[in-house]
Write a protein that binds this ligand. Structure first.
Ligand SMILES: C[S@@+](CC[C@H](N)C(=O)[O-])C[C@H]1O[C@@H](n2cnc3c(N)ncnc32)[C@H](O)[C@@H]1O
Length: 221
């Protein structure tokens, strides 16, 4: 899979893509990530990419030309263009799974007060990462890339994510590691029993209990 990220702040991505599982996935070419500064596409003599809003109001608005030209340069018939915006469909694990089947994603990060409304016309979908407003689309873009990449074949074992929270409308079960007793708190006996059937049953019941307690809405889906 190839992912192009259109941003004015490419340096923000270095740390996130340069560590841990994402770093390995990029090195092993499980995913190819291209961070593009769309300022490089501006035809403005002063390199501007934003302007004041028509009708007045606070902040600066990203102009059409650099983003239109950048998307047209990168887009192929296999591309899906995603606009990051608080107005979009709220992102979830099912969407992350569906994106793993795409060959090429182009993700547009807004900034400042947002972007010219006409930029929506060149996008296939609009995504929000939740009901709050961030300073820019860079953190949402990192979030999308991380959640999609870990589901790509060979990045982590399928066993690792198949029981993750949200994979089956349930939250994950509790996990423990050594030592067996820590500050008086003991690991549940069943996990030490070696009885795989009982362990599976315990984990399923715990997942169900936790989901009922914390996210009963998931069970209605
Ligand atoms: C300060 S925000 C603009 C908010 C805009 N004025 C509004 O109220 O919808 C700047 C950019 O950050 C990104 N952004 C902020 N919050 C977001 C969210 N919850 N989901 C996705 N992108 C977001 C978008 O790309 C947005 O254009």
């Amino acid at each position: 899979m190839k992912i192009d990220i259109l941003t004015l702040f490419p340096d923000m991505f270095e740390g996130v893509f340069g560590e841990s599982i994402l770093k390995r996935a990029i090195e092993e070419e499980k995913v190819k990530i291209n961070v593009v500064n769309f300022r490089d596409y501006t035809k403005d003599p002063h390199n501007k990419v934003d302007d004041t809003p028509y009708g007045g109001g606070a902040g600066m608005v990203l102009t059409c030309q650099p983003i239109f030209d950048c998307v047209r340069d990168l887009k192929t018939e296999d591309s899906k263009v995603i606009l990051l915006t608080p107005r979009g469909t709220v992102y979830n694990q099912d969407m992350a799974y569906n994106f793993t089947h795409e060959k090429h994603l182009i993700i547009i990060c807004g900034h400042y007060e947002g972007f010219d409304e006409r930029i929506r016309s060149i996008c296939d979908m609009e995504i929000s990462v939740g009901d709050y407003v961030l300073t820019g689309g860079e953190i949402p873009a990192m979030l999308l890339v991380d959640s999609i990449t870990r589901l790509l074949p060979g990045v982590i074992t399928e066993e690792s994510f198949i029981e993750d929270s949200f994979s089956s409308n349930l939250l994950d079960y509790p996990t423990y590691t050594k030592p067996r007793v820590y500050e008086g708190m003991e690991v549940p006996e069943v996990l030490l029993s070696g009885d795989h059937k009982k362990i599976e049953e315990y984990r399923y019941n715990e997942s169900l209990r936790i989901t009922k307690e914390k996210r009963p809405d998931l069970l209605d889906k």
